[in-house]
Design a protein around this ligand. Structure first.
Ligand code: NAD
Length: 285
C-alpha cells in the first residue's frame, strides 16, 4: 500500500494558537467501528492528513489503529476528537481526554473539541478550563468547541480569557452560517464545517448540478470547493474509496465569483442536525 507523502495541495489554516490544521480533512461520523479502519486507511492513502472523530462515534479505536498502522508519521496526521455531553465538567473532562487518548492509542490530540454546548447544564466553561489544563500539559495541542452559538462563544471568552481555536458547526450551502462566520473572523476563531455536503442531500440540487456541469466536476467537488473558497475547514465523510479520493481532488479548479454567488443564494437557514440551543442528548441530570 502506498501513502502519498506530499500533501502540499491542501492549504493549511493557521490557528490563533499558532498550530496548523489542513483545510480539508476526513470525518468519520456514522462510520461503524467495523468499517472505520478501511475508511481511514483509504483516506490516508488518498492523501488526507486530518481525521475528525468523536468519543460518541464509537470508532476512536479503529481510527487510531488505522493512523498508527498507516506508516504515516504521527506528526503528519492531524487528529481531532470531541468530548461527549455526559463528560462535561472539569474533572470528567480530564478523564474523558485520557479515555479518548487510550482508545485512539495516541499520546496527544491535535485538536480537542467540546462536542455541544449543552448550555442548560451550565458546565461548558468549566469544561473549557479543563481543556486549558490539558493544553498546558501537552495532552492536547489545540482546544476548541463545536456547535457553539455566538452567545456561548462570548461566555467562554469572557470567563476563561481564551478564544477557542476552532468552532466546528453545521455548515453547507443551505445553512451558510453567515453571522457565526463573521463572529469567528472577528475573533480569530477558525470555522470548521460539519455535514459539509448536507449529508449528501445537496448533491442533486439544481444549482449545484448546473455549476458542476459548467466546471466539469462532480456536485460533491463543487460543494467542497465552495467551502474552501469561503475559507472554511471542511471534513466530508464517505466510506467509498472512489468518493473519498474524489472529495480530495478539489485543488485543480476554481469557482468563479458568479458561481460562488449562485451557491450562496441557496442559504435557507435549514438545518439537518439538532439545534445547539436545545440539544441535550447524553445529559444524565
Ligand atoms: P457529509 O456532509 O460529509 O455527507 C456525507 C455523505 O454524503 C456520505 O455518507 C455519502 O452519502 C455522501 N457522499 C460523500 N461524498 C460523496 C460523493 N463524492 N459522491 C456522492 N455522495 C457522497 O456528512 P457528515 O458525515 O454528517 O459530516 C462530515 C463530518 O462532520 C462527519 O463525518 C463528522 O466527522 C463531522 N460531524 C460533526 C458533527 C458535530 O456535531 N460536531 C455533526 C455531524 C458531523
Amino acid at each position: 500500500m502506498t501513502f502519498r507523502s506530499e500533501t502540499s495541495a491542501v492549504p493549511s489554516i493557521v490557528l490563533s494558537d499558532g498550530n496548523v490544521i489542513p483545510q480539508l480533512g476526513f470525518g468519520v461520523f456514522q462510520v461503524p467501528a467495523g468499517g472505520v479502519v478501511p475508511a481511514v486507511t483509504a483516506a490516508l492513502e488518498a492523501g488526507y492528513r486530518s481525521i475528525d472523530t468523536a468519543a460518541i462515534y464509537g470508532n476512536e479505536e479503529g481510527t487510531g489503529r488505522a493512523i498508527r498502522e498507516s506508516g504515516v508519521p504521527r506528526d503528519e496526521v492531524h487528529v481531532t476528537t470531541k468530548l461527549w455531553n455526559s463528560e462535561q465538567g472539569y474533572d470528567s473532562a480530564l478523564r474523558a481526554c485520557d479515555a479518548s487518548l487510550d482508545r485512539l492509542g495516541l499520546d496527544y490530540l491535535d485538536l480537542y473539541l467540546i462536542h455541544w454546548p449543552v448550555a442548560a447544564a451550565g458546565r461548558f466553561v468549566d469544561t473549557f478550563r479543563a481543556f486549558q489544563a490539558l493544553k498546558s500539559q501537552g495532552r492536547v495541542k489545540s482546544i476548541g468547541v463545536s456547535n457553539f452559538t455566538v452567545e456561548n462563544l462570548q461566555r467562554v471568552i469572557a470567563e476563561t480569557g481564551e478564544f477557542p481555536a476552532v468552532n466546528q458547526i453545521e455548515l453547507h450551502p443551505r445553512l451558510a452560517q453567515r453571522e457565526l462566520r463573521e463572529f469567528h473572523a472577528a475573533n480569530a476563531i477558525a470555522t470548521e464545517a460539519w455535514s459539509p455536503l448536507g449529508q449528501g442531500t445537496l448533491l442533486d440540487d439544481r444549482t449545484i448540478v448546473s455549476v458542476a456541469a459548467a466546471v466539469d466536476r462532480t456536485p460533491a467537488q463543487v460543494i467542497i470547493r465552495w467551502h474552501l473558497q469561503l475559507g472554511n475547514i471542511v471534513i466530508p465523510k464517505s466510506v467509498t474509496p472512489s468518493r473519498i479520493a474524489e472529495n480530495f481532488d478539489v485543488f485543480g479548479f476554481e469557482l468563479a465569483p458568479e458561481q460562488m454567488d449562485a451557491i450562496n443564494a441557496l442559504d435557507s437557514g435549514e438545518r439537518i442536525g439538532p439545534d445547539p440551543d436545545t440539544f441535550t442528548m447524553g445529559l444524565s441530570d
